[in-house]
Ligand binder design. Structure first.
Ligand SMILES: Nc1ncnc2c1ncn2[C@@H]1O[C@H](COP(=O)(O)OP(=O)(O)O)[C@@H](O)[C@H]1O
Ligand SMILES: [Mg+2]
Length: 253
């Protein structure tokens, strides 16, 4: 039975997509069979993992709203053990179109249940909000991974996210675990990065993952080539850190 890890933080630009793509690729390189689900209408995880954004392609929208069979929508990637369930702008509509449907929070969970046995890991990239798509992703999840950018207001966002998590555990998903808080875009030359890291470790203790993702320009370049970092520049510090993250996540089993 595959493990579902949802990557969420309602703040934008904190490294959710970078983490989703590169953790998924890292797990695939560690010989796990992985499905990356793009649940963000921006479709950045889709394009960043090397699936071209063509017009006619079916996406998560077709599965969520039009009851398309999920197997028909999943696409292979350059990595033999990594598949993608793509997203595009249409997904904006899904949030509105499913709002009045029965079990609206469980839509994604019900879809994933049909394919959970086919993968070792299912990674879900969320949009920068706590709307219905993110709630669906959290309801479907076994665990939550929270990328946190090492900047001044980092802690505030996390508090709000943890309130949502507490509510979800009371109602939609009592089993939801925390996979970890992941420090991203860590800049060792600044005092701010290390101060934020220290604050988070003081406050959240061992929930903060040991792996820290450094600020690394290669990580920012890779998406424009449609490649995970391990295919773009395997020798970069970014690649090294995401392989280390994949290993740390594997060690949780
Ligand atoms: N560790 C990093 N080093 C350098 N740039 C990064 C790093 N992580 C993410 N970025 C860049 O920062 C921007 C925001 O990251 P992204 O993963 O898209 O965040 P989110 O999905 O949370 O909005 C992107 O342009 C991305 O390429
Ligand atoms: Mg994103």
């Amino acid at each position: 039975m595959g493990k579902v890890i949802t990557v969420a933080n309602q703040k934008g630009g904190v490294g959710k997509t970078t983490t989703s793509v590169n953790l998924a690729a890292g797990l695939a390189v560690e010989e796990k069979k992985v499905l990356l689900i793009d649940a963000d209408p921006q479709g950045n995880a889709t394009s960043g993992s090397g699936v071209p954004r063509i017009q006619s392609r079916k996406t998560l929208y077709n599965v969520l709203v039009l009851d398309e069979a999920v197997e028909n929508v999943i696409l292979p990637t350059e990595l033999p053990l990594l598949w993608v369930l793509p997203a595009d702008r249409n997904l904006v509509g899904a949030e509105i179109e499913i709002v009045n449907s029965e079990n609206r929070e469980y839509k994604l969970k019900n879809i994933i249940n049909k394919i959970k046995n086919d993968y070792d890991y299912i990674i879900i990239d969320c949009p920068p909000s706590l709307g219905l798509l993110t709630v669906n992703a959290l309801t479907a999840a076994d665990s939550l991974l929270v990328p946190i950018q090492c900047e001044y207001y980092a802690l505030e966002g996390v508090t709000e996210l943890f309130d949502t998590l507490a509510r979800l555990r009371r109602s939609l998903n009592p089993q939801l675990n925390i996979e970890g808080l992941l420090l991203t875009m860590y800049d060792e030359r600044t005092n701010l990065s290390s101060a934020v890291a220290q604050d988070l470790r003081d406050f959240y203790g061992s929930q903060v993952l040991k792996t820290v993702i450094p600020r690394n320009v290669r990580l920012a370049e890779a998406p424009s080539y449609g490649k995970p970092i391990i295919l773009y520049d395997i020798r970069s510090r970014g690649a090294e850190s995401y392989i280390q993250l994949a290993k740390e996540i594997l060690s949780h089993e």
